[in-house]
Ligand binder design. Structure first.
Ligand code: V0D
Length: 255
């Protein structure tokens, strides 16, 4: 009853335990450029299709009962890409807002953004703010975009703010714990789902590439060769099944 049966690529019956769906899933959406190259299309065609995948996966994640879906949309390193590609990427939040936000509202999905938003072009910033504002009263899944985000920069900012509050007397050195760090990171507003139980990276690379660092201390990491534009509801279920097959012991001893 609590199982969601489906068949995998080799047609074996597999079962997802609906009682053990990860509450927070994070995804490094890699492989848009490679997807386009295989089709002799420009890289931006891959990003365009990749955005449709964002919608598909958001709807599937919401249906599965995931509470937070964090998507790495743009890293602090991505500014080094060709200007035309960066410009196109910066237009995507606007397109996303026009095309998908009405459906997200229908689905009760709340958009959240983490990263250095101030540094984005004005129109991008406005599109992002509109997406957040128009979904702020939604009580369902949080769709959390990491945009102009870097894991080390996030930690540097947190340390600076902790140091400031410590010298202000707002915080004493003795009371600093890992809870304090949680509160100073950009994931603080996702509480109690700050940390993803599952991190997925598409497109075959097996690295973290400065995505969430502190927050993935205990995450299960699932790497798939599927390119992001080809990722699907079934691919998400496969990744969750992979997660469910593993032991999660937090350094303790198995019963
Ligand atoms: C390109 C594939 C949605 C990966 C997905 C600015 C890279 C499509 C957004 C988005 C991007 C971000 C914030 C927001 C609403 C939408 C997005 C970027 C790239 C970089 F409030 N997709 N998407 N942002 N891609």
């Amino acid at each position: 009853m609590a199982f969601n049966f489906k068949k995998n690529k080799t047609n074996e019956l597999i079962q997802l335990d609906m009682e053990r769906i990860p509450k927070h899933v994070a995804v490094i959406m890699d492989g848009n450029g490679r997807w386009a190259k295989k089709r002799h299309l420009p890289r931006i065609a891959g990003h365009k299709t990749g955005m449709d995948t964002v919608k598909t996966v958001t709807m599937a994640a919401s249906d599965l009962g995931i509470k937070v879906l964090t998507l790495y949309a743009f890293s602090t390193e991505n500014w080094k890409r060709p200007e035309t590609e960066v410009n196109y990427l910066m237009s995507l939040p606007g397109t996303f807002f026009d095309k998908f936000v009405p459906e997200l509202i229908e689905k009760n999905v709340k958009v959240n953004v983490m990263g250095y938003i101030d540094q984005l072009p004005n129109e991008t910033k406005i599109a992002v703010q509109n997406a957040v504002e128009d979904t702020k009263d939604n009580t369902g899944m949080v769709l959390n975009f990491a945009l102009n985000y870097g894991g080390r920069a996030e930690i540097v900012t947190a340390i600076k703010n902790i140091a400031t509050d410590t010298s202000n007397g707002k915080l004493s050195v003795e009371e600093i714990t890992d809870k304090t760090i949680d509160q100073y990171l950009m994931t603080s507003n996702l509480a109690p789902y700050n940390d993803p139980e599952l991190l997925i990276r598409t497109s075959g690379e097996e690295r973290i590439s400065n995505f969430l660092l502190w927050q993935i201390a205990y995450s299960e990491l699932v790497f798939t060769d599927t390119l992001w534009p080809d990722f699907s509801e079934d691919a998400l279920k496969d990744a969750i099944l992979n997660y469910q097959k593993r032991d999660r012991r937090f350094g303790g001893i198995k019963e």
